[in-house]
Ligand binder design. Sequence first.
Ligand code: GCU
Length: 346
Amino acid sequence: MKKIWTVLLTVLLVSLALVSCSKKEAASSSTTAASSTSTASTQKTMVLRYAENQPQDYPTTQAAYKFAEMVEEKTNGRIKIEVYYGAQLGDEKAVIEQLQFGAIDFTRVSLSPLAEFEKSLNVLQLPYLYTDATQMWKVLEGPIGDQFLASVDDNGLIGLSWFDAGARNFYNSKRPITKLSDLAGLKIRVQESQLMMGMVQALGANATPMSYGEVYSGLQTGVIDGAENNWPSYESTSHYEVAPYFVLDEHTRVPEMQMVSKITWNKLSAEDQAIIKECALESAKIERELWAQKELASEEKVKADGAVITELEPGEKEKFQAAMAPLYAEFGKGYEDIISQIQATK
Ligand code: GCU
């Protein structure tokens, strides 16, 4: 009797596996159908994946959900986008590589790791490049922004829109920072980026590149003394609990890019490409609104929870700028005109 049940159970499991395989095949063959058919209504559902390394309630993730919702609605359900948040599909570097292979369809990443693939993007995140967010947005929404959005094209990626990520500031577990010399010798985590390493070294601290998800334990165990980021990241990662000294130095603004894999893009009809582009721009507007709210809320929360916020003493920002000036020559080489245009944008 027991044997019969075992046989029946095995048959059942095998049939379930077969059904699920044939479903997967249907989904993947639908992507081929999309490129060869021009009448949208005859297309099957295409299920695409979107990678995000921030938590579910973060502005960028919320904007990704909106993007998915709008695309599904405007394509009458032909394109369904599943959002994987919290780095479930890997850290930013791994996700970019997977977009290049077409294993992941969409993402939103910080320009720092992306610039390791497309060097020219370092230009847009040079320290103290913009005077404020308004100037940065004028640049990103104008011809310079369009040019850099298109720059990832040769890397198997299609840039869709820009997201906001505010200004980045240093924080650490050791001491309040009010002047450049206070940073001396601190071990500071940086994004996996040559520019960010150069920046921290130029300031007299020791740069430790590390992926975002490892920073909390790095701070907690003392592998690193500090890191740098914007208010929402400082708060949502709980880094402020283990590194409560935060200095409002605003050393850089690092824009973020929403992208699609070129392999995926080429499978889409022109009509669907247009819908995706439109929804990406729309979701970017949503992200900026959510970002502005979250920046304030995060600042309030970390202050209420005891983070020690300092400002630079008069004359110290100029010292930061002077120390980091050589990075313009190194990472802005060949883009001197564009850098001047950005600085002259009013
Ligand atoms: C910000 C950014 C992330 C990035 C992180 C980092 O939080 O939004 O995309 O991974 O900085 O410092 O690595």
